[in-house]
Structures are given as C-alpha cells and as structure tokens.
Ligand binder design. Structure first.
Ligand code: GLN
Length: 454
C-alpha cells in the first residue's frame, strides 16, 4: 500500500531520491512468513520506513543530496540501519535533503526540491524535508532524519509531523555522513509521539563503533509516551524560554503556542518563565562551529576515494587539480559557502577570534541550560518562527534562511534532546510545531510531555 501511495504522489511531492520497492517487498514477505511460523518479532517488524539519504545503506545509493556522491553505493550499513533491518522493518527508500544537510528548505538538494504536502508551492523544511514530507504525505509511516541544527524538528513542525533529536550520543553516528560531528544526531520522524518512542528505542543505545556513544541504557521512552497519553502531568515543571518567544515569531505561531501552554496547565503542569540569556548568540556561534567542522569533514571528497571524479580539461593531471575540478563541479553553492566560512574561521590568526569565541559561547549556552533545568523539568518554545514559506522565497538570502533555526540550534550546541509535536494550524492554514527540550539523557521527559499534547 505504501509503494502504491509513493507511485501516486511522488510526481507531486518528490520526497524520495531512491525507492527500493523490491527489497522492501522481500522484507515484508519474509516478516509475514516468520510471523506465520510463530516467531516472536519486534513490535515494528513489517512496518515500512524511509531513511534520509545522508545515512549509509549497504547496496542502496547514498548521495547526501550531492552530485559529488551521485551513484555511490556504500559497502556497509550504518548501525541504526543494521538495527532497523534486524527488527524486520522494510526500507522503502532514501529521502531527499539539502546537500550534506545544509539548509532549512530542502531547496539545496542537487536533485530537485521536495514539496510540502500541505501546499505544494511551499517548502517542507530542511534539511530533512524528504523524510518529513514522506510521513506527512502518507508515503511512509516512519522515517529517519538527522538533526545538526534542527533538521528533524523544523521539517516536522512545518509538515505537521513529530520529530525527535535524541540526546547527543543517544543514537549511534556510525554510518552517518558527518556534517558537524559534535552536533549531529539521527532520530525519528513519525505521525505520533508513541511511534517516535518505539523507533527511538529501536535505533538508540550504545554502539562501540561510535566513540561518543553513551554507554548506558536508554531511559524508558515508550513507557513515558504511554504515561503522557493519559493526559496527566501533575507536578511537571514546564519552563517557557523568554528568549525563544515573542518578537520574530509569526502571530499564528505564538497564538498556538500560548494555547498549548494552557493545555499543559490543564493537565496539571506548573508553567514557569525561565531566561537563557546566551541563546541570543546561539545562531552566531553555530554558524562558526558548523562550517568549521563541515569544512574539515568534507575534505574527504577529493575525487579519489568516493563518488565523482572530474579530470581537469587542460593542463597536467595532478592530485590537486583533480581535487579542484571535482569539488568545483560536485559541490553546490551553499556547500561551497560553508567550506569557505569554515576554513576562514579556522585559519591561523583568526582561530581564536572566531572558532575560539564560538566555543566559549557554546559553553555559556550549556550553562544556561544547566541553570534553566534547576527551575524546570522541560523547556518549551515554538519549534520554528514561521510556518512553511514559499519555494524560492529565501533562496537568495542565506541569512533569512539561517534565521529559521533560532529555536532549534541551542539544543544541538548543548547536546540536549528536543522534540517537535504538531501544534495545530496557524492563521494561514499551515502546521505549527511545539518544541519540548529536556536535560541530556532525560529523553523520556520529551515523550511524556509531547504525548500529553497530542
Ligand atoms: N538549517 C540548519 C543548517 O542549515 C540545519 C542543519 C541540520 O540540522 N542538518 O545548518
């Protein structure tokens, strides 16, 4: 049924870069046969899933939305893909994204943009617009995204889906093509909070192949979601972050946010106001740290080890000239912009002024979170300042595009988990997201509060 749905709506939505129909059907049939034989299988066995194309899948093309990896087929599976396969979830295909996950609209994909199923003239968010659109368009009940600065949560917000960025280290990064290694986390995109909890428990937990993986059991996420579904939040302290509300937020977004606070109050939660003064500098710090790490991570795409190789048209064929020709042809404008920003910020003489200052701001943001979590069990805000904007609207204005991430970036800088849950429709009839943030390793709180809002 999902493959039929994909065939019907993909010409309009373009959520997928690759559909693996045959492989998915083979897995589905195998699961049916094993179930018929009485085998005890995972709760999600047989439930199809879509995977963002920045995650390596053995035998399935993986491009990260870039020409430089066009036609590259990885020889191994990411840890989270191994877990998905072992549990018997048919993989429907790989979803569209901004090139190397840089963007907030999926318009920076080298393979054409994805359309928001709510209004095909609008963006589905980014960088994981394909995963969110696939779930919103009923092409897939579950999807995997990655979130470095909001790429799971912001697409979820603007497509009316649920998206979760786990605690840094909570889901293995082994097999994720790195954007910014100290910020990247993979997580679920689904239609309900309970579905996200089920998927998070499946893909999460320690992995010795990721040196930053947390070597502790995950908190009980599914149980927390079920507890939240009872609608009782007695005793939970919910902190509204002053710096993430008010000015800059679309009136309809602020109105829905205020209404949800009343729902939480009605469920027994105590609403408090908290201030995180350094959040104002989060965007600036992020756009130094991310390009710095990205410029280093992307150095491996040199025309020799992976994917595309372009020979210089004239002159000698030296290694440096092959790299120049390959990278010049293979990377898009946004990727080049960030490589230039990152190499500049890291260069001798500027390192302390830019990268060093940004790291200090990062510490101040972590301290803001620590202080806020003494006053509240969870922090809340709108997920994104506006609903989905029109395709093309911000393409020529990188700073306007970057501003979409104001509310989601602080969590990545501090490594804390965040969830976006649908929060009704704005005055323009488009979906709004409500963000819940929790302390590191307390992802269960996201699910309890998120489920209470459904
Ligand atoms: N919009 C952010 C950026 O462009 C989000 C990136 C991400 O989370 N992958 O950097």
């Amino acid at each position: 049924a999902h493959l039929d749905r994909i065939a019907a709506v993909e010409p309009a939505v373009h959520a997928f870069l690759h559909v693996s129909g045959e492989e998915a059907l083979a897995t589905a049939r195998d699961v049916d046969a094993r179930r018929a034989a009485g085998e005890q299988l995972h709760t999600l066995a047989g439930v199809p899933i879509a995977v963002k194309d920045i995650i390596v899948t053995k035998g399935l093309p993986t491009t990260a939305g870039s020409k430089i990896l066009e036609n590259w087929v990885p020889p191994y599976d990411a840890t989270l893909v191994e877990r998905i396969k072992a549990a018997g979830l048919p993989i429907l295909g790989k979803t569209n994204m901004d090139e190397f996950a840089m963007g907030s609209s999926t318009e920076h994909s080298a393979f054409g943009n994805t359309h928001n199923p709510w209004d095909l003239d609008r963006i589905p968010g980014g960088s994981g617009g394909g995963s969110a659109a696939a779930v919103a368009a009923f092409e897939a009940p579950l999807a995997i995204g990655t979130d470095t600065g909001g790429s799971i949560r912001q697409p979820a917000a603007v497509t009316g889906t649920v998206g979760v960025k786990p605690t840094y280290g909570g889901v293995s990064r082994y097999g994720l093509i790195a954007l910014a290694s100290s910020l990247d986390q993979a997580g679920p995109v689904t239609r309900t909070v309970l579905d996200s909890a089920l998927l998070h428990e499946l893909i999460g937990g320690h992995d010795p192949r990721d040196s930053t993986s947390i070597d502790e059991p995950l908190p009980a996420l599914v149980a927390a979601a079920r507890q939240g579904l009872t609608g009782d939040l007695t005793g939970v302290r919910v902190g509204v972050v002053t710096e993430l509300t008010g000015e800059g937020y679309q009136p309809g977004v602020s109105a829905r946010f205020a209404e949800s606070l009343e729902v939480l109050r009605g469920a027994g939660a105590e609403i408090v106001e908290v201030s995180c003064p350094h959040f104002t500098y989060a965007l600036g710090a992020y756009y130094l740290i991310l390009p710095s790490e990205a410029s280093s991570n992307l150095a491996k795409f040199d025309g020799m080890r992976f994917g595309l190789r372009v020979e210089p048209t004239e002159g000698p064929v030296t290694a440096e000239r092959v790299m120049g020709a390959t990278r010049g042809a293979g990377f898009g404008d946004e990727v080049k912009r960030r490589i230039i920003l990152g190499t500049y910020a890291l260069s001798a003489g500027y390192y302390d002024a830019y990268y060093g200052s940004a790291q200090k701001v990062r510490t101040l943001i972590q301290r803001d979170f620590d202080a806020a979590f003494t006053q509240a069990d969870v922090l809340v805000s709108p997920t994104a300042p506006t609903t989905a904007f029109k395709l093309g609207e911000k393409l020529d204005d990188p700073l306007a595009m970057y501003l979409n991430d104001v509310a989601t970036i602080p969590a990545n800088l501090a490594g804390v988990p965040g969830l976006s849950v649908p929060n009704g429709l704005s005055d323009d009839g488009l979906p709004v997201g409500f963000q819940v943030l929790a302390p590191a390793k307390a992802d269960d709180r996201l699910y309890r509060v998120g489920a209470a809002l459904e």
